[in-house]
Ligand binder design. Sequence first.
Ligand SMILES: Nc1ncnc2c1ncn2[C@@H]1O[C@H](COP(=O)(O)OP(=O)(O)OP(=O)(O)O)[C@@H](O)[C@H]1O
Ligand SMILES: [Mg+2]
Length: 220
Amino acid sequence: MSYTSPMKILEATALSHKFEYPLFSDIDLSIEPGETVAIIGESGCGKSTLLHTLSTLLKPNSGEVKLLEKDIYSLKDRDLVAMRRDELGLIFQSHYLFKGFSAYENLEVASLLASEPVDDRLIGRLGLNDVINMKVTQLSGGQQQRISIARVLTKKPRIIFADEPTGNLDNNTSLEVMNIFEEYVKEHEAVLVLVTHNEEFAHRCDKVYRLHERILKQVK
Ligand SMILES: Nc1ncnc2c1ncn2[C@@H]1O[C@H](COP(=O)(O)OP(=O)(O)OP(=O)(O)O)[C@@H](O)[C@H]1O
Ligand SMILES: [Mg+2]
């Protein structure tokens, strides 16, 4: 019998980036299917920037990022767009919801693009039943954040990048969001890369890394 190692979902090698000053240098990170990974570190240390470089949004000054074994910064634009649409779920501090649409219509767009059904149970679990037909602009920040989470999960992505996804949420709702992420990742052999200031949520992840003085160090 031959053993084939599982597909590497995310492999970053020797990543470095600076803006006015260097944020991180020579970072390696590798994530296997079914893993949840948290990145912690003090405000301004470069966590969001690192997440952007891992998730196709920002080409690092140097280094390589492979998602699903493809080198994302040498893909053709068309292939990069397809990867973002089909494989990646981005949940970032500024949510990209369609403002003129209702919350439900935002989920329908994701559902149509991905040919996946809208999951009504997920809407209930996220406590969105009462607001699901309201316009996005009429929703609170936390409600918009939950709609972005539902929209991303509707696509059934293989890799979820989430930057402070529970930043605007109360404790119970945050706990439910973490439960939903964990179940989703295990069920779909997906991965979650979570940036958070919440140490308790970070430690629920399989692995925890701290970004400090330009170095990414595994602490769990
Ligand atoms: N597009 C940009 N141009 C110039 N500087 C930037 C840019 N994006 C971020 N920075 C700077 O890089 C540093 C790190 O920012 P980043 O958003 O990655 O930090 P963070 O660790 O996510 O912080 P927080 O926990 O507060 O969200 C900051 O000093 C920020 O001003
Ligand atoms: Mg940030």
